[in-house]
Each structure stands twice: as structure tokens, then as C-alpha cells.
Write a protein that binds this ligand. Structure first.
Ligand code: SF4
Length: 314
């Protein structure tokens, strides 16, 4: 069957990051996750204690370099790890672990400056929380965005504050929308992280979150499957039977519905979970990432659907 989706030159019926990078940079771009040793206001007691219930001691930076290792060393190791697969690639340093704007601007400068315009890179990605963007930090991010392709990644997970409370997110949907407005006002690219399968949420809520995000001026979305990690609060809740895992069929159906709701221009930077075998409690099917992605492609083709197709009708 011919693929009618305009933001694709493969069988993908959604706007992949790989496609976007080929379009923008003319080739493969690899994001190298880094751990800059930040903490999080949701861990140190400023907004909350203990962190989001699914968050590991790595601060959602499971794939980042080892904490304590000099950042440039982490970056070089990340490049080496991908070089045999993609020798021609260029790179985006990705400040991933914990909250990467939770420090005074001088500290942020120390961490970010060596990576801005570094040969072989095409931009910079910074993951943070909506409540960690005071005016002086926004000014600095705006300055970075004038010098390189900056993406700020905001963890929303759900548009529902009731879910936010349930997972101890400790900031509100209103704070998130205010942060998106501020970042966009300053011309900064925004990527939003969402999680499907959070406790207390049904399919209708997961679709409603995407419906709301679709109305905001966001540039990219990461659709994560909730994966439950050993040693976390949620891991304990799972073992006590208080958290249910999604089946692969449920997840595929929900993601395809969500893709249909998102504007076709929005880049889908991730479409499933990325847990590690050694620490993953559930769902174990998520380890077979290729299988999940193939099932999504197959379902979109079966529906003869594509990203944005259902925006008017759903
Ligand atoms: S905001 Fe991020 S780093 Fe902070 S507790 Fe939640 S998941 Fe962990």
C-alpha cells in the first residue's frame, strides 16, 4: 500500500525524528545522553521529596553517561559507542538526567558552553521541568538558541493534575503551559515528554492529554510507555498489585489513536519505552522495541491512517 503521509519517505506514517534530521541536516544525527550531576526540585525538598514515583536514582537518565564522569568524556564515549553503526553521523549533546536547568546560570554556562558549536554537533538538547525556568535561565536559553539548534525537553507526562499528584510530579499543567508559552516566545524549540499507562489513567485520559498538547505550539513529542523499574516507589506499588501494566495491544492502539490526533508537523521523537533489562520490572514486552514499533506501523497501515488524520473528527 502506498504511504500517503507527507512527512515520511519510508513506510512510517508518523513524523519520525530520523526523517526530520535527514530533512534538516541531510543525514543521520545521534543524540548523546549526558548526566551533568544536577538534582531535581522534586527530590531535594524544594517542591517535593522522593521524586516522581517511577523515577530511578538515575533521574530518568538510564542511558546517560556515568554520573561523576567529566561531561566531555561522557560525550566522547557516546560517540564511540555509535560510531561503528553510524560512522557518518553528527551529534546532539543531550543533557538528560535529572533537571538540567536547576542551578544558577553560571553553573549552567559551565556545563553547556563547551558543547555549543562543538565540531561534529548540530545542536543541543536540554531536559528539564516547567517549574525550573526562571527569567534569567530563559534569557540564557534564548541566547543559546541564537547560537545553535536548541531543544528544551519538558516532562509533562499527563495533562491531568490528578495524575500529577498520583505520581508525585509536584508541578501543575498550568505551570507547563506557561513554560511552553515563554519558551516559544523566545523562539526555542520545545519537545514534550508524555507517558502512557500511568496509574489511574484510562485510554480517554491519555487521548485527552494528547488532544491538549496538540493545541499548544510544541515542536516535538516523546510518547513513552510507562516502564516500571525495580527499586522505585512505583516498582513497589506494582509488586503490591496497585499498578497495572498495559498490554502491547492496548499500547499500540492508544499510540495510533494519539498519532492521529497530533498535527503532522509535530516530530515524534520517541514512540515507546526504553527500559533496561537488568532493572525493568514490567512490562517485559517493552524490551522488544523493534516488535512494538513494527506493530505500530502495521496498525497505522491497517487503519490506512497517518499522523493528524483524526484531528477534526476525534
Ligand atoms: S522531574 Fe524528572 S528527575 Fe525529577 S523526580 Fe521527576 S522524573 Fe525524576
Amino acid at each position: 500500500m502506498q504511504n500517503p503521509f507527507e512527512y515520511s519517505d519510508t513506510n512510517k506514517r508518523y513524523h519520525t525524528l530520523e526523517y526530520e534530521n535527514r530533512r534538516r541536516y541531510g543525514g543521520r544525527v545521534v543524540k548523546v545522553p549526558l548526566d551533568a550531576g544536577f538534582t531535581c526540585p522534586n527530590i531535594d525538598g524544594c517542591r517535593g521529596r522522593g521524586g516522581c514515583t517511577y523515577c530511578s536514582s538515575r533521574g530518568s537518565g538510564e542511558h546517560a553517561g556515568l554520573p561523576g564522569t567529566p561531561l566531555m568524556e561522557q560525550f566522547r564515549a557516546g560517540i564511540e559507542a555509535s560510531r561503528s553503526k553510524w560512522p557518518e553521523a553528527r551529534y546532539i549533546p543531550y543533557f538528560q538526567a535529572h533537571t538540567n536547568t536547576y542551578a544558577p546560570v553560571e553553573v549552567l554556562r559551565e556545563k553547556f558552553e563547551p558543547f555549543i558549536g562543538l565540531p561534529g554537533t548540530v545542536g543541543l538538547s536540554i531536559a528539564t521541568r516547567a517549574d525550573c525556568l526562571p527569567p534569567e535561565v530563559l534569557d540564557y536559553l534564548e541566547e543559546i538558541a541564537r547560537r545553535t539548534d536548541l531543544t528544551v525537553e519538558l516532562g509533562l507526562q499527563s495533562a491531568f493534575d490528578s495524575t500529577g499528584e498520583r505520581i508525585n510530579r509536584c508541578h501543575s499543567y498550568a505551570e507547563f503551559t506557561a513554560a511552553v508559552t515563554e519558551l516559544k516566545k523566545r523562539g526555542i524549540r520545545v519537545c514534550v515528554h508524555l507517558i502512557d499507562g500511568l496509574p489511574g489513567e484510562d485510554r480517554a485520559m491519555m487521548l485527552e492529554t494528547v488532544r491538549r498538547v496538540a493545541k499548544l505550539p510544541v515542536d516535538a513529542v516523546k510518547l513513552h510507555l510507562l516502564y516500571i523499574i525495580k527499586g522505585t516507589v512505583m516498582g513497589q506499588e506494582y509488586l503490591e498489585g496497585k499498578v497495572r501494566e498495559l498490554s502491547m495491544e492496548e499500547y499500540v492502539g492508544i499510540v495510533c489513536d494519539q498519532l492521529e490526533l497530533l498535527p503532522p508537523e509535530v516530530v515524534i521523537e520517541r514512540i515507546t519505552g526504553d527500559g533496561e533489562e537488568a532493572t525493568l520490572l514490567a512490562p517485559l514486552w517493552s524490551l522488544k522495541k523493534r516488535r512494538v514499533m513494527n506493530a505500530i506501523d502495521k496498525e497505522m497501515a491497517r487503519r490506512n491512517s497517518w499522523q493528524g488524520k483524526g484531528r477534526e473528527t476525534k
